[in-house]
Design a protein around this ligand. Sequence first.
Ligand SMILES: *Cc1c(COP(=O)(O)O)cnc(C)c1O
Length: 379
Amino acid sequence: MDPQDRHICSHAFEQRQDHHGAVAPPVYQTSIFTFPDLESFSRAQLAERERFIYSRGLNPTVKLLEDKLAALERGQACKAFASGMGAISATLFSLLKHGDHVLRINQTYGPSVELLDHMARYGVSHDGIAGDQQLTDHLRPETRLIYIESPSSLRMELADLEAISAIARKRGILTLIDNTWATPLFQKPLTHGIDMVVHSLSKYIGGHSDVVGGAVIADAKLIDRLFANGHQLLGAALSPHSASLILRGLRTLPVRMAEHQRNALAVARFLADHPQVAAVHHPSLAKGAAADWAARQLHGHSGLLSLALHHPSYSRIANFIDALELMRIGVSWGGYESLALSPMRPDGSGQPLIRLAIGLEHIDDIIDDLERGFAALER
Ligand SMILES: *Cc1c(COP(=O)(O)O)cnc(C)c1O
């Protein structure tokens, strides 16, 4: 972990002298900002990207979070949104137009695929490939955006960010990555040539399963475009109160991620050695080209992983998950608590995987819980 990141999470951009030295940044719970005379109001309106006028646009508490996230990703600018999907939809709607094609790499977040399906009515098409497929075979003259998730969040697939961005740059195609799995502490895609990074702040960055938010980080020109169209017009603005909760989450992100990593590496090894397990999906266990990409791109491993049982069926998966006592069943991840779910449905559709979000409990308690799941398979 880069020492600079710990400073960004704790002190950078805080300007405490402007707030009576307050250590916790004040929550600017206000919708509007007023002006002493019409000329200063008019001048502010000409610079709405920099000036505090209305909190759907810019708010000081939200801006502090944006400044920190931009710095953590080594980007020029950031825009925060009311959710990860708010960030993704704003990005897609502000960059794409009728006739454009999007190429997805790896299994991107489910609702983002549903959104791209929905965008067919606006003349935007999309399809997807795996990270190890030949990219140039799937690019079209009308491909405008390459949308990557690496590591992805169900099977933790990887992609070669430098190779993809080099090809995309040559052809004038924009690249977008969902970096939620790794957080900016464990992967900095802009430093590998990717144009835009999107985050769900509802996961590790918020970190306590009590807030929903999203963000996009890119160069100032792209963020300006996103601000004018995707943010101001679509309107998914992050509330100042949510921003303050996420800022509080950022304070401890470095220590939490170190601990998520420690627990997840132990669980991945335990599962990989278990006779009931057919496969474990976690980048720490990547092989071949994916292992090289992980070594080059990842500075650490987060706590989200999945496993496949031998002879998987809905009832076996349900027996495993229902036997867990510590791990609760629920969507999302990134909080202190361990969670389990399966995308498989009772009718047998969906992938027969068990996804685990490894939390911050004691590793012995987590392993004991998994043993309960395996014991239930024997019954
Ligand atoms: C949760 C998630 C999102 C969407 O974020 P929300 O804040 O729930 O809207 C996007 N990408 C990934 C990888 C996610 O896990």
